[in-house]
Design a protein around this ligand. Structure first.
Ligand code: PMP
Length: 422
């Protein structure tokens, strides 16, 4: 028997959901990679903060001072969370998508961008134009580093940026970020890390990885209050046009001219998401204090899940790399003869299990991996583990899949608006 260590508790542990077959059951949330449940500690911190919540950077009132102090303090929390260099900017955004769109707008003119086609759309699409090179992620980590090396060698002179995810949202596999960063340095390129799927599971060090920027989302970090962050080198950000034009980003506005702020506020026009930012900071502090327990909890559950899926007839896991690599608790698969959307609907309606189906906002990657796994179209099932996951959830999923594969669903399902429903 594996011993699963205690990890910080999250909301939803006592949630019950109705079953189409009658009665109700404890909800098994196996969809942490989409959005993670709220940490209890985040919820109570937010509850405590709400009476003090007021505008930041705008008022002299006591509550405004409290809010401003917590908001500004959180920049330091984020800087420590990703082990940033002193002098790095911490810009609060809505999420990872917002962070990369901000960075894309802040790139110096004619920056060449190298990005794997396997990336989440948030990391794939913000970079546009003739200077973007999309490269296919090959089947070994070593080859992945070489592909970046070759692509950078072909870039014209000028600024260069490599964009790479820390962990794939499709397969959970970790990408060779430090090795890619070393190659990027050789070519004078910068590296932007998409940490949306890595940050909830592993300690990140910008310094050790030698990465220039990192983007992350609060809702995947157990702080679902609508804030995210971009952390990284200040020079390009200071020199860039403000991401949004408006109040808060300016030092002085006259009839003739605007003087923009040069610090982080330059890119934070409009009243910021003070509550979300505070929640994000609390989550980061909670996770940073518990990496060992989190790692052990997720590794034990992942092993249990993979053993269970390995014994499932017709089940093929999606993977980028031929050899097993370090990974977070996210597993996507197809089951021969079963439509992923239908499987997900049955798991929900008859077993109270929440999983994701589809192409996971990584259409290029999903299509390729599904084809390689023997599936059809661009749909798979994704199971993703996190702090709300238990052995019972994993066991229930594996048993449910075995039963469904052996005898089909107990209920009739029909497609309603393109989705299967009982
Ligand atoms: N990158 C990865 C790897 C992701 O998994 C996600 C979310 N699915 C994103 C970026 C985008 O995150 P958000 O939707 O919070 O902007």
């Amino acid at each position: 028997e594996t011993v699963v260590p205690a990890v910080p508790p999250v909301a939803g542990a006592s949630l019950r959901v109705p079953l189409v077959t009658g009665g109700d059951i404890g909800y098994a949330n196996l969809d942490h990679a989409a959005s993670a449940p709220c940490l209890d500690a985040v919820r109570s911190a937010v509850d405590e903060f709400l009476p003090w919540y007021a505008s930041v950077h705008r008022g002299a009132g006591f509550a405004s001072q409290v809010s401003t102090r917590l908001y500004e303090r959180t920049r330091g929390v984020l800087r420590r969370f990703v082990d940033a260099r002193s002098g790095d900017s911490v810009i609060f955004t809505r999420n990872t998508t917002d962070a990369f769109n901000l960075l894309a707008k802040a790139l110096p003119r004619k920056t060449s961008v190298v990005v794997f086609d396997s990336e989440h759309h948030a990391a794939l699409l913000p970079w546009r134009g003739p200077n973007v090179r999309r490269v296919q992620l090959p089947r070994t980590r070593l080859a992945a580093v070489s592909v970046v090396d070759e692509a950078l060698a072909e870039c014209p002179q000028g600024p260069r940026l490599v964009v790479v995810a820390g962990a794939s949202n499709v397969t959970g596999e970790l990408l060779p970020v430090a090795e890619i960063a070393a190659v990027a340095r050789k070519h004078g390129a910068r590296v932007a890390l998409d940490a949306a799927q890595l940050a909830p599971h592993r300690r990140i060090s910008l310094r050790e990885l030698d990465v220039d920027y990192v983007a992350l989302s609060g809702h995947k970090l157990y702080a679902p209050f609508g804030a995210g962050a971009l952390v990284g080198r200040s020079d390009w950000l200071r020199a860039a046009e403000p991401y949004l034009a408006g109040g808060g980003a300016t030092k002085l506005v006259t009839e003739e001219a605007v003087v923009w702020n040069s610090g982080e506020e330059r890119h934070e026009a409009g009243s910021p998401n003070t509550v979300g930012v505070y929640a994000l900071g609390v989550a980061c502090e909670q996770l940073a204090a518990q990496w060992e327990a989190i790692g052990a909890h997720e590794a034990a559950l992942l092993e249990r899940l993979r053993k269970g899926l390995a014994g499932l007839p017709g089940c093929a896991e999606l993977r980028f790399f031929d050899a097993p690599v370090d990974r977070v608790g996210t597993v996507s698969f197809v089951v021969d003869g079963f439509e992923p959307g239908w499987l997900a609907a049955v798991l929900s309606a008859e077993y109270g299990i929440g999983v994701r189906d589809g192409a996971f906002c990584a259409h290029v990657a999903a299509r390729r991996l599904i084809r390689e796994a023997g599936g059809e179209g661009q749909q798979a099932v994704r199971v993703s583990l996190g702090l709300g996951s238990t052995e019972e959830h994993v066991d229930r999923l594996v048993l449910a899949l075995r039963q469904i594969v052996a005898r089909g669903a107990r209920w009739e399902y029909a497609k309603v608006d393109g989705r299967w429903a009982p």
